[in-house]
Design a protein around this ligand. Structure first.
Ligand SMILES: Nc1nc2c(ncn2[C@@H]2O[C@H](COP(=O)(O)OP(=O)(O)OP(=O)(O)O)[C@@H](O)[C@H]2O)c(=O)[nH]1
Ligand SMILES: [Mg+2]
Ligand SMILES: [Zn+2]
Length: 328
């Protein structure tokens, strides 16, 4: 994994697995952990471009970087190698706004193969709107989404089943799981092998519990049932990339309250709804936003029952949040 440039004596490649404030933790080629800081020039570049650059993170978990090793065994990150992709969302409002009042981008992780969207059927309650938003984040970043519906022990009536069937019909892999009853994990595990898998979802849905179940050595911290509220408790506070074996990586993330996909144009949003695919080219206008336009094929197929109305409502919901963002 060493860098064979003229600078090979100086720079070594590493994989960012955890970020805590200004400390960046990498795995080097021998899988040892190196604590790094960021070369000052990154901050300077960032400040210079501030009015153009709508992002809050410079280095993210999953990045492959080049670093210089200090004598004391710590390192300094010099360069971020080009990313294959990255998953992001609009930063929560609390993180601030750009210079023109627009929402900023929060990158969650880079170089990801699968976005494992974790939802629960109860506690917190099942929310297909939020699943649809996670799917849009994945599709717009060219990342493959998986859907986990966890805690099925809490819903013996299986009220999640029509949704499960709907996502399966679109071609997505859906895993119905229960930690308590040990259901669904063998199948899930097979699908993660040899890939970089980002686990993402609302707080309290069971992301860390599922990872512990799949890979018992991990011993990630999980929320206590006793003080668990329907909103979740944010037990996991920092994203953590874990190497399971040479080829398999999982990333546990802190649960989030809201997910607004970032950087999507109104006229592109429909392309991230896989189920719109067969009809989307039949709209009268190529820039159709499937909202009100005459001759819209999507609106027609919702009426005909070929596009699920729930999905169309999710679509309108996200479309509206894009518009909100433009009105700064
Ligand atoms: N009944 C039931 N409870 C579960 C299941 N999976 C997880 N839980 C419980 O749900 C709670 C939250 O689990 P966590 O794994 O901490 O959830 P998380 O998604 O990692 O939450 P954050 O780290 O806050 O984002 C814990 O009390 C778990 O014991 C399940 O399949 N069934
Ligand atoms: Mg967690
Ligand atoms: Zn249309």
């Amino acid at each position: 994994m060493r860098c064979f440039s003229v600078l090979k004596e100086l720079f070594i490649k590493g994989l960012v697995y955890k970020i805590e404030s200004k400390d960046y933790y990498l795995f080097n080629e021998g899988n040892n952990s190196i604590r790094c800081s960021l070369r000052g020039k990154f901050q300077k570049d960032y400040n210079l471009k501030k009015d153009k650059l709508y992002e809050v993170d410079i280095v993210v978990v999953g990045d492959v970087v080049e670093y210089e090793l200090n004598e004391d065994g710590t390192g300094v990150i010099e360069k971020i190698l080009p990313r294959k992709n990255y998953i992001s969302r609009k930063a929560p409002r609390i993180k601030g706004f750009g210079t023109r009042g627009e929402r900023l981008e929060q990158k969650i992780a880079s170089n990801v193969d699968n976005l494992v969207v974790v939802a629960s059927c109860k506690n917190p309650k099942f929310n297909s709107r939020s699943i649809d938003r996670f799917i849009v984040a994945a599709e717009s970043s060219h990342v493959n989404p998986f859907i986990i519906i966890n805690k099925i022990d809490l819903d013996p009536e299986k009220t999640y089943e029509p949704f499960s069937a709907m996502y399966k019909e679109m071609g997505y892999s859906v895993f119905e799981t229960s930690i308590k009853e040990n259901i669904g994990f063998d199948d899930l595990k097979k699908n993660l092998e040899g890939k970089i898998n980002l686990f993402w979802g609302q707080s309290g849905v069971g992301k860390s519990s599922i990872l512990n179940k799949l890979f018992p050595d991990l011993q990630l911290k999980i929320g206590e049932i006793s003080d668990f509220s329907s909103k979740g408790k944010h037990t996991t506070v920092t994203s953590l990339l874990i190497k399971i074996d040479e080829n398999t990586i999982v990333i546990d993330t802190p649960g989030i309250r809201e997910i607004d996909p970032y950087g999507i144009k109104e006229e592109d949003l429909g392309h991230y709804f896989k189920d719109f695919g067969p009809y989307i080219n039949d709209c009268k206008f190529s820039t159709c936003t499937h909202h009100h336009e005459p001759g819209c094929a999507i609106i027609k197929e919702v009426e005909n029952g070929n596009v699920n109305r729930e999905r169309y409502i999710s679509y309108l919901n996200i479309l509206e949040s894009i518009e909100d963002d433009m009105n700064f």
